[in-house]
Design a protein around this ligand. Sequence first.
Ligand SMILES: Cc1cc2nc3c(=O)[nH]c(=O)nc-3n(C[C@H](O)[C@H](O)[C@H](O)COP(=O)(O)O)c2cc1C
Length: 386
Amino acid sequence: MNKDYAPLFESYTLPNGEVIRNRIIMAPMTNYSSNPDGSVTDEEISYYRRRAEGVGAIITAVANITPGGKGFPGEIGVDRDELIPSLSKLATAIKSKGAKAILQIFHAGRLAPEDLLPNGDVVAPSNIPAERAGTINPRPRELTVEEIDDIIKAFGDATRRAMEAGFDGVEIHGANGYLIQQFFSPHANRREDTYGGSVEKRMTFPLKVIDEVQKTVKQYGDASFIVGYRFSPEEPETPGITMGQTLQLVDRLADKGLDYLHVSLMDFWSKARREADTTKTRIELLLKQINKRVPLIGVGSIYQADDAKAAMKTGVEFLALGRELVMDPEWAKKIQEGKEDTIVTTLDTTKKDELDVPEPLWNIITSVPGWFPGIAKNYFLCRTIN
Ligand SMILES: Cc1cc2nc3c(=O)[nH]c(=O)nc-3n(C[C@H](O)[C@H](O)[C@H](O)COP(=O)(O)O)c2cc1C
């Protein structure tokens, strides 16, 4: 291996004492490939097993914690105990290659498609539809306080299932416009009770979810279980989450005893949009705010070994790779073997089987413009993931 890339392959000890063997993490990517009941398919298992070989950890596609929180067809389910054996197959496959297995858990809130939910009941902090170009945005029903309490509890139940299934950890998905982010968002959350109002009050739901997940881990008595939190730094809407608000949230999150924070970006080098120093990258601002209290995972268009080298120099503890590992499952191994020149950075549409990509994921990524390199840019996606 070229010694310039050695920092990518140093192990790292998380705050809870768990050791991640290197700094490359597979980013969570919805793959639309689970069975309609939420159980995983053999195709998904081989897709993950293949990619687990070179990375430190895999954060799975997002899994819904309640039936009413389902966000995609073919989503992994963690909403019922009967799914534990299926989840266990997934955790075992990932761990068999030495990577940590982390299940991403969420509730889609107002971004859930009506036809996937019991009685088409789309819920959110307030009855404000999302502004998502190119999609049908139902007007959601405002959650009652009792329902909010139930959802918080469901995050704990989902964590227990992940533990029983043998996962090494969970990532709380507070990013990409889903329910947890909706509570923090001044666009989605217009409540006037304890869950809404000031920035501080809009943090109530995310912080309670973290408390519930951590309480569950404690009750289960497994201190080695990893709990991470993902967030999106800014929303494009007005009103919408600003970088300044996110820095306040991150300041709180950094003292919550989490094992890592994970920012969701399409471009690792993107700059703050508003209410912060807009000449600085979001990563720089976040690292400064966190001040080494908790490790940070950075992400976004890190295609080549040299991109990763430069990204690590910013001081982030980990790099997540999403599309890169779909296009080239051997991305990390190639660098380790000194073959970084052979890394594939565009989707070769003739190689579905060779790449071990499940059919439903393949069909989507080869048909949505702009998602993967080589196809015209899709404005809508870039807008929603940031
Ligand atoms: C097909 C696909 C599905 C995604 N699904 C999720 C998801 O379930 N949860 C999530 O937090 N982010 C999701 N993302 C965002 C990625 O985790 C990542 O932040 C983004 O792709 C940028 O990283 P990359 O440039 O390495 O691909 C998805 C991205 C892609 C391409």
